[in-house]
Write a protein that binds this ligand. Sequence first.
Ligand code: KG4
Ligand code: ZN
Length: 334
Amino acid sequence: YSPCYILAIETSCDETAVAVVKDGHEVLSNMISSQIETHKAFGGVVPEVASRKHVESITLMIEEAVTASGIPMKDLSAIAVTQGPGLVGALLVGVVAAKSLSVALSKPLIGTHHIAGHIYANRLVGDIKYPCMALVVSGGHTELVYMKQEGHFEVIGQTRDDAVGEAYDKVARSIGFPYPGGPHVDRAAMESDESIDLPRAWLEAGSYDFSFSGLKSAVLNVINQRKMRGETPIIGAIARGFQESVVEVLVTKAILAVKAYGVKQLLLCGGVAANRGLRTELQRKCAKEGIDLSIPPFEYCTDNAAMIGAAAYIKWREQYFTPLDMKADPQLPL
Ligand code: KG4
Ligand code: ZN
């Protein structure tokens, strides 16, 4: 046995992240440089600014992650990088850095899918039991992914409009929270005793798709109506009503999918997996239904590079490497 040390790079959005992961599950180092403070001023991620920030910090982040891991560069087994989806200019920075390292160190390159990374974050906390179902909830994605076996992904449902994190951030902005507003809405919802009734988008019977734009509009209507009457928005009640609607739809569809596909485990992942309302309700329902639920700790839910190292390990085991002419792909299919 010779251990596998993967250096993983993730720059698909607004975090410059580099990690070293041993054998796909042991995190030796996990460095993240967040650009949130920079983007806050604009109320969201500005792609051009994100790319520039990645360029500024990537080299230092790689150096720090390698040093912190205690593994000399020459002992690395492979260089993994998020190939997509994401912001193309942001992805490019990571891809170019990874290719350069791959050439300079003569180490194989492993292009990795960002969502596969979010899903495999669960491998950092324990073995995944197949077949399984993953509920991926982030700022860019809302998907139910069926995995018959290791490395096989079938998207059985996805959002038809906004991603759930995107809806959180937009609603947050409309009630006056700074970017990214998801955690603020979560807190306000948990602290509020009152809740307003908002619609649930179930879509056609049997569909595992999601839709959040109607809900977002319903929130805006409530705020505007109150404004016209000269009333201030009831922030806590709106946050709680919104969260209740989102959580009920996500949890119900995920449980239906688990039952319909007869899977052994449900995995929750993506930035919105940090949401306390969602975690609590999913844990409660799964306990009641006897469903094995896996949720990674907070730091592996939001964008990070350790999850990319975990996903890349699956390819490394098969010696499935990526040619050096690989391109960053903002629409990379799973
Ligand atoms: O996975 P992630 O870091 O980036 C993407 O790949 O999109 O997810 C970021 C998203 C943001 O929309 C943020 O508002 C949301 O996750 N988020 C939350 C919470 N923490 C982060 N949304 C709701 N409740 C939270 N506690
Ligand atoms: Zn993500």
